[in-house]
Design a protein around this ligand. Structure first.
Ligand code: UT7
Length: 328
């Protein structure tokens, strides 16, 4: 069987209106604009309204991607929503989105791979498209992280933010499309970032709420130490799979966790910073949505041209990591 290449034909994104600046955070926890800017690169972030959940953000991003691609919701064959902040434990946010978009009774499911969720989603879509099983797949990464952040915990509240990005994936009729995908995980680092309560291990109780166990806990420094090494290894593996070298890369969209991580990875893979897209100064870390939103913004800004080899690389909770190279 001849495999077809899958390609992203359009993207869309949605960032909530409300902005929280570093100066706003200085009033909430013991921190400073100077600390946040120099340690993370973040200056501000966007936060969903009280009545906005992940499916609302996903819906807005999806409508924009569908419109830009000239695709009607009935043409979709599958919906994948990457999120760690689903509307509820179940049903899946993807099912809620399917109904709201008015799509057919196509498969719809959530995929939880934290910051690597969008790339895991693209990789799943790639398999279904390249084998010819489906023609058109919507991959959305939507995060309402502000809802699981402890606004009294300066380790996390200065970093995370809300937003959604969507991509329509179809079979390619030329050489453009996904060249290689590499995914990885290491559950021995599962304790480094997560929400302890609310699942079957520690069900919700008055005690868990009192102990703030429904909020995200993170050992940031431990993650930082692993992120650079793992992301560089992931890039190398993806290049090797695609028979490519660093010199072949035209544009790099890394996960937007920390400017120091991005700079270190970029240096190790020998790319100039002009080839790297950064939105974390304005958007913070939106977990799965970071790369999805950045891709849409980079395309809108004309930073990616036909024929460019674009590298997307993520690292996050799980631990999970992923790297994809596609020819635009
Ligand atoms: O999205 C994927 C998953 N997450 C990541 O990949 C996150 C990766 N990690 C990071 O980006 C960084 O580790 C952080 C930005 C989270 C933290 O930066 P760091 O340079 O690793 O700081 P640290 O945790 O080692 O803390 C250094 C100091 C500590 O004070 P002492 O013990 O040295 O007195 C912290 O208590 O900075 C303190 N600190 C803060 N100070 C002001 C921690 N958070 C803050 C804060 N404002 N918001």
């Amino acid at each position: 069987m001849k495999l077809r290449r899958a390609k992203i034909i359009s993207t869309g994104s949605y960032i909530p209106e409300k902005v929280v600046t570093n100066a706003d955070l200085e009033k909430m926890v013991e921190t400073s604009d100077e600390w946040i800017s120099t340690r993370t690169g973040i200056k501000k972030r966007h936060i969903a309204r009280d009545d906005e959940a992940a499916s609302d953000l996903a819906y807005m991003a999806s409508v924009r991607a569908l419109e830009k691609g000239g695709i009607s919701p009935d043409e979709l064959d599958m919906i994948i929503v990457a999120t760690i902040t689903p509307d509820m434990l179940f049903p899946a946010t993807a099912c809620i989105l399917q109904d709201r978009l008015g799509a057919r009774k196509i498969p719809a499911f959530d995929l939880e791979a934290a910051c690597s969720g969008f790339l895991y989603g693209l990789s799943v879509a790639n398999q279904f498209i390249s084998t010819g099983v489906y023609r058109t797949i919507l991959v959305v990464a939507a995060e309402a992280l502000s809802k699981i952040i402890d606004w009294e915990d300066r380790n996390t509240c200065v970093i995370f933010a809300d937003g959604a990005g969507a991509a329509i994936v179809k079979a390619s009729d030329d050489d453009s499309g996904i060249i290689s995908c590499y995914l990885g995980a290491d559950g021995s680092g599962a304790n480094l970032v997560g929400v302890p309560a609310g699942g079957s291990r520690m069900p919700a109780s008055v005690e868990t709420v009192k102990q703030r166990q429904h909020y995200m806990k993170m050992k940031g420094n431990e993650l930082f130490k692993r992120a650079i090494k793992i992301m560089v290894q992931a890039v190398d593996r993806t290049l090797k799979m695609g028979n490519l070298t660093y010199e072949d890369l035209d544009f790099f969209i890394p996960h937007q966790a920390n400017i120091r991580i991005i700079q270190a990875v970029t240096k190790r893979i020998n790319l100039p910073m002009e080839k790297v897209y950064i939105n974390l100064h304005e958007c913070g870390n939106m977990s799965a949505a970071s790369i999805a939103v950045a891709l849409d913004q980079a395309l809108d800004e004309g930073k990616i041209n036909k024929g460019d080899k674009v590298l997307l690389t993520s690292f996050g909770g799980g631990l999970t990591w992923a790297s994809i190279i596609m020819e635009w």
